[in-house]
Design a protein around this ligand. Structure first.
Ligand SMILES: NC(=O)c1ccc[n+]([C@@H]2O[C@H](COP(=O)([O-])OP(=O)(O)OC[C@H]3O[C@@H](n4cnc5c(N)ncnc54)[C@H](O)[C@@H]3O)[C@@H](O)[C@H]2O)c1
Length: 318
C-alpha cells in the first residue's frame, strides 16, 4: 500500500459528524487510486437495487468496467441498460446470479475472467433481511445463511484464488452490518449471519496480508441505516425516513474510507453518529470482558447504566 496521503477523502466532502453525508458532484474521480480507476473491473453482487446499485453507478462514473450480478433479473437489466448508456455495451456485463448457488457464482467468475481477465473490485454485497428468532422461522434461518453468509463464502472462494495471482492491486469488500456487531434483539438469524461475515472478513484480511507480496486488500463495509429495499423502500414515492441515508451517501462514504485503506468501514446515518456507534460497540465488547448478562444494553437493570455510559462518552468528546 502506498502512503495514506494519496488516499485521503476528498477535501470537498463534509466531515462525518455532518447530519447527512455531502454528496460531491465530483464523485470519487477527483484523486487517483490504483484500484478505483478507469479501465479496471468491478464485480458487484446485489447490484440490481439499493447499495449495490449505488456502488455500480459510482464506479461506472469512474470508468471501471462493471459486472452486475443479482437474482432480480428485471431490475438488473434496468441498471445494466443505464450503465451501458454511460460506458458502452463492451464495458458492462449483466449476469443474473443467485449467490447462494455455487455453480452460478462459478459461472459469474468464468464470464468475467473470460471477458476482461481480471477483477479489481469485488463487492460481495447481496443480502436479504427476512426474520428468524431464537425458536421461530427455521426456514428463514436457512435462507438467510444461504444468502448472507454462504453467498459471501461462495463468492470469496470462487474469486479470491484468481485475484491473488493478478499482477495489479485489487480489493474484496464484504458487506456486513452493525447488527452483526452489536446484536440488537429482533432478528437473531440476520444478526448471526452478519456476525459470521465480520468474522470471516477479518480472517480474510489476515490471510491476505500474511501472503508474500500480497496485492489484495479486504474490507468490512458496515452500512448505517440506508434507505433501500431491505429498509422498506419499495421503489414507490414513499419518502425516505429522516434518520436514514440514501444508498448514494452510504456508498460515497464507503469509497472515501476505502481510499484511506480502512478495513472497518463503519458508516453513520442521520440518526446515529459514528461516536455513538463506537460507544455501543465498546459496551457490547465489555459485556463479554466484564461478565455482564447477554445483551445488557437491553436488560432492565443495565439499560440506565448503558445510557449513562453513552451520555458520559459523548460529553467527554465535546
Ligand atoms: N439498508 C440498510 O440499512 C443496510 C444496513 C446494513 C447492512 N445492509 C446490507 O447491505 C447489503 C445490500 O442491501 P440493500 O440495503 O441495498 O438492500 P436491497 O434489498 O435494496 O438490495 C439487495 C439486493 O440483493 C439482491 N439479492 C438478494 N438475494 C440474492 C441472491 N441470493 N443472489 C444475488 N442477489 C441477491 C436483491 O435482489 C437486491 O437487489 C445487504 O447485504 C444488507 O444486509 C443494509
Amino acid at each position: 500500500m502506498s502512503g495514506r496521503s494519496s488516499r485521503n477523502a476528498s477535501p470537498l466532502r463534509g466531515p462525518f459528524s455532518n447530519p447527512s453525508y455531502t454528496v460531491n458532484p465530483m464523485s470519487i474521480a477527483d484523486e487517483f487510486h490504483p484500484v478505483l480507476h478507469a479501465g479496471r473491473v468491478a464485480v458487484i453482487t446485489g447490484a440490481a437495487n439499493g447499495i449495490g446499485r449505488a456502488a455500480a453507478r459510482e464506479l461506472a462514473k469512474l470508468g471501471l468496467k462493471i459486472a452486475l450480478a443479482d437474482v432480480d433479473e428485471t431490475k438488473l437489466r434496468v441498471i445494466g441498460q443505464e450503465l451501458i448508456e454511460l460506458l458502452g455495451a463492451q464495458n458492462v456485463l449483466i449476469i443474473p446470479t443467485d449467490v447462494s448457488k455455487l455453480d452460478q457464482v462459478v459461472r459469474l467468475k468464468d464470464k468475467v475472467y473470460d471477458t476482461w481477465g481480471e477483477v479489481a473490485v469485488l463487492m460481495n454485497n447481496a443480502g436479504i433481511g427476512i426474520k428468524g428468532t431464537s425458536w421461530e422461522g427455521i426456514e428463514n434461518w436457512h435462507k438467510i445463511f444461504d444468502v448472507n453468509l454462504f453467498g459471501i463464502v461462495n463468492v470469496q472462494h470462487t474469486f479470491a484464488p484468481f485475484m491473488i495471482h493478478q499482477e495489479n492491486q485489487a480489493m474484496i469488500i464484504n458487506t456486513g452490518s452493525k447488527q452483526g456487531i452489536t446484536n440488537p434483539p429482533g432478528n437473531s438469524a440476520y444478526n448471526a449471519a452478519k456476525a459470521a461475515v465480520k468474522s470471516l472478513t477479518e480472517g480474510l484480511a489476515h490471510e491476505l496480508r500474511e501472503r508474500p507480496e500480497n496485492n489484495v486488500t479486504a474490507h468490512l463495509f458496515i452500512p448505517g441505516w440506508t434507505w433501500t429495499g431491505l429498509a422498506g423502500d419499495d421503489g414507490t414515492d414513499k419518502p425516505k425516513p429522516h434518520g436514514a441515508w440514501t444508498a448514494e451517501e452510504t456508498i460515497l462514504y464507503m469509497f472515501d474510507k476505502i481510499r484511506l485503506g480502512d478495513f472497518y468501514i463503519l458508516v453513520p446515518d442521520n440518526e446515529t453518529k459514528r461516536e455513538v456507534d463506537q460507544l455501543r460497540i465498546m459496551w457490547g465488547a465489555a459485556d463479554v470482558a466484564e461478565g455482564r448478562p447477554a445483551l445488557s444494553r437491553w436488560h432492565k437493570d443495565y439499560k440506565p447504566l448503558f445510557e449513562e455510559f453513552v451520555r458520559d462518552g459523548m460529553a467527554a468528546l465535546e
